[in-house]
Design a protein around this ligand. Structure first.
Ligand code: IVH
Length: 673
């Protein structure tokens, strides 16, 4: 009897798996939706009755129930490299020359050209045929584990096809690729978000990357994510070529983009790139270029990598997509720091996946330089950046009575006269009580990279400021006292107020570096906040530090240090910070002193070019694990980390008998610590 149930369960799973494969990987469905739903229901029922038979790879386990607050770090077994870019024929031919000169003379080189999918890269680790973990690229060395979210993507096999007849030595390997969203699905998602008053995603890439970081896999499961795999990484099996790897990936049940082409010369590569560029508009997903890879894995190994990118592959970036439209009006927007920047209000025009009605004009100098005027016919462009820009004016279509644009004399929001510092291009509203600045500071504080308060977006902040509930960001933590007033607001209701207040309370757990970024000190971006937090460990220490001490922190310049000092010498700011501390925000870091790590207390000197890191990144890793980094070799040096073309420092290390680490040895220590 038990056997019978087990067999029936396995039979249902196999049918569902097969159908998922046909529907999501091959796009060739073979049963109706009703039949499919029935299979799932039958399986769910049997699994509820026999919970001991539920396995992690069962199709019912795609949507996990648990929420994740933190995504665990994963060290990639083989670093996830990025690609150098080329933009024209000449640069592509240079790449081909570099490839040939790196190989034994006279060797023939074949290339594979693939579309460069504009999504979020992911590495899937399969052990004994089952999906074990999925990780983001992160900084290439350490990514974040997003397995429960990736499992919701039906095109990702939870177990491999042809498992039993697997003829390859692939016990533990990674399949790498790109998670993306079709343009149509992305537009639909944005439309729904608009109807619900939620913030729109700028493009399919952002919506994929944002979705993968959601804490609730149930929401992820509802988002139309898809995947293409393009790389097979194994330390067990020696493969022949990229072309063969793509074939093996397909055999194992992965979805591989069908547009790849094998080329026998760089001329063929160029033709293939041009063909892909022509095809770009007719594809259902966004591509921003082509990727060219040396086909032979043997040759790839000879060529190796340098400065975070392989020498055997390159991206050929397509031209940014452009469109013509009319610039109806130039408006001036006041940011959270009071900077007043021009925005082009455009006649709406559709361009690569979205309708564009506004574009940045950067600053007044830029307007003057390009002589951009109201009512001009303009060319707009959407490149890799999120924000579209006006690139040129069609001068011969300019209306006769047009006049050059001028910046306003007064703040468009609070009418305070504007001020322009001599050495800056921006104009500023200096009234820190300007409503636009108040709203801007609140939005920045609540945003994803800062306190990450889910649900507290632009629209709600506007409303709360207008109602007088919010003035400074410390007021956010008093909103709980107004629960009844909030529930009474028509578009809110009990459930959303509950969720909002919960996210506000949860935000108190954000780490110090995020809180420091959130308070919006001018020039202190996310990176500077991290460096300051790592160095000073608490807001008290930072407040006590002199300007000179602050500017001594690695990569913290004089404008940041003087701005930090100024921020903390303003009475009003100090009062707000005190309220935040009283509310229990996290303004301290526990130093991650790696006890007895290989790096603890050791002094390192870095020299030469590393393949997987910049020198600064390697230095940061060493310091974060308790080591020190010095610029010159002496008897006190414990290790010299030597990359390619290391020079005199390496010689000196040898003469002093200092231990020399290769990049591989260094990576190994990073993995173990
Ligand atoms: S290969 C060592 N192939 O582009 C080779 N990357 O700019 C590394 N990408 O991080 C990647 N389509 O996220 C490769 N067919 C493709 C790709 C592709 C998109 C992304 C990937 C990578 C980025 C590099």
């Amino acid at each position: 009897m038990a056997d019978k149930v087990e067999n029936r369960i396995e039979e249902l799973r196999e049918k569902i798996r097969e159908n998922d494969y046909k529907y999501y990987v091959l796009a060739e469905p073979s049963i109706s939706d009703e039949e499919y739903d029935k299979l799932i229901k039958d399986l769910e029922k049997l699994e509820v009755e026999n919970p001991q038979l539920v396995t992690p790879d069962s199709p019912t386990q795609r949507v996990g129930k648990d929420l994740t607050k933190d995504f665990k770090p994963v060290v990639h077994k083989v670093p996830m490299l990025s690609l150098a870019n080329t933009y024209n024929e000449e640069e592509l031919f240079d790449f081909d020359r570099r490839v040939h000169s790196g190989l034994p003379e006279g060797e023939k080189v074949e290339y594979v050209v693939e579309p460069k999918i504009d999504g979020a890269s992911v590495s899937l680790n399969y052990v004994n045929g089952y999906l074990k973990t999925a990780a983001t690229r992160g900084d290439g060395i350490v990514g974040e584990e997003i397995t429960i979210n990736v499992k919701t993507i039906k095109a990702v096999p939870l177990r491999l096809k042809n498992l039993k007849s697997n003829k390859y030595k692939l016990k533990d390997f990674e399949a790498r690729g790109e998670i993306f969203m079709n343009v149509k699905d992305f537009l639909k998602l944005n439309k729904e978000r608009e109807e619900q008053g939620e913030k729109l995603f700028a493009n399919p890439r952002n919506s994929s990357a944002g979705t993968l970081k959601l804490q609730d896999p149930k929401i992820v499961a509802k988002r139309p994510l898809d995947i293409f795999l393009y790389m097979l990484v194994s330390t067990e099996e020696e493969f022949e070529s990229q072309y063969e790897n793509l074939k093996i990936l397909k055999e194992l049940g992965f979805k591989v983009n069908p547009e790849y082409i094998l080329c026998k010369s760089i001329d063929e590569v160029l033709a293939a790139c041009r063909k892909l560029e022509e095809k770009r508009e007719s594809l259902e997903y966004e591509i921003d270029g082509a990727v060219i890879k040396v086909n032979s894995i043997r040759q790839q190994k000879i060529l190796g990598s340098i400065a975070k990118a392989p020498r055997w592959a390159v991206a050929f970036k397509f031209k940014a997509k452009q469109a013509f439209t009319t610039l109806n009006k130039i408006t001036w927007q006041v940011g959270r720091t009071g900077s007043v920047t021009p925005v082009a209000e455009l006649e709406p025009v559709f361009l690569s996946g979205s309708t564009i009605s506004r574009a940045t004009l950067h600053n007044y100098d830029e307007i003057k330089r390009k002589d951009i005027r109201e009512k001009d016919r303009v060319v707009i462009e959407k490149g890799g950046d999120v924000i579209p820009k006006v690139v040129a004016v069609v001068i011969n279509e300019r209306p006769k009575n047009s006049k050059p644009a001028r910046p306003p004399d007064n703040c468009p929001v609070c009418s305070t006269p504007l001020y322009k510092p001599e050495n800056e291009v921006a104009y500023y509203c200096e009234n820190s009580e300007c409503p636009a600045q108040i709203k801007g500071r609140l939005e920045h504080f609540a945003a994803r990279g800062a306190m990450d308060i889910d649900g507290l977006g632009e629209a709600l902040i506007d409303l709360f400021v207008e109602k007088g509930f919010l003035h400074t960001y410390a007021d956010i933590y008093d909103l709980k006292e107004r629960r009844d007033e909030l529930i009474a607001i028509e578009r809110l209701g009990e459930k959303s107020v509950y969720n909002l207040l919960r996210s506000i309370e949860e935000s108190k757990r954000q780490p110090f570096e995020k809180a420091l970024f959130a308070i919006g000190i001018r020039y202190v971006g996310a990176g500077a906040a991290r460096k300051l937090a790592d160095h000073f460990l608490s807001i008290d220490n930072l407040m006590k530090a002199s300007e000179e001490e602050i500017s001594k922190v690695h990569e913290i310049g004089p404008s940041i240090s003087s701005s930090v000092k100024e921020f903390f010498s303003t009475e009003k700011n100090l009062k707000i910070i005190k309220r935040l501390i009283d509310h229990g925000l996290n303004f301290k870091t526990e130093k991650k002193a790696a006890v007895n790590s290989f790096f603890t207390g050791k002094t390192f000197v870095l020299t030469g070019t590393l393949a997987n890191f910049s020198r600064e990144e390697a230095a940061e890793k060493i310091m974060s694990l308790g080591g020190n980094v010095s610029s010159s070799v002496s008897k006190k040096t414990d290790y010299v980390l030597a990359g390619e073309s290391a020079g005199s420092k390496l010689d000196k290390a040898k003469s002093l008998g200092v231990t020399i680490l290769t990049e591989d040895e260094f990576l190994k220590q990073l993995n173990e610590n």
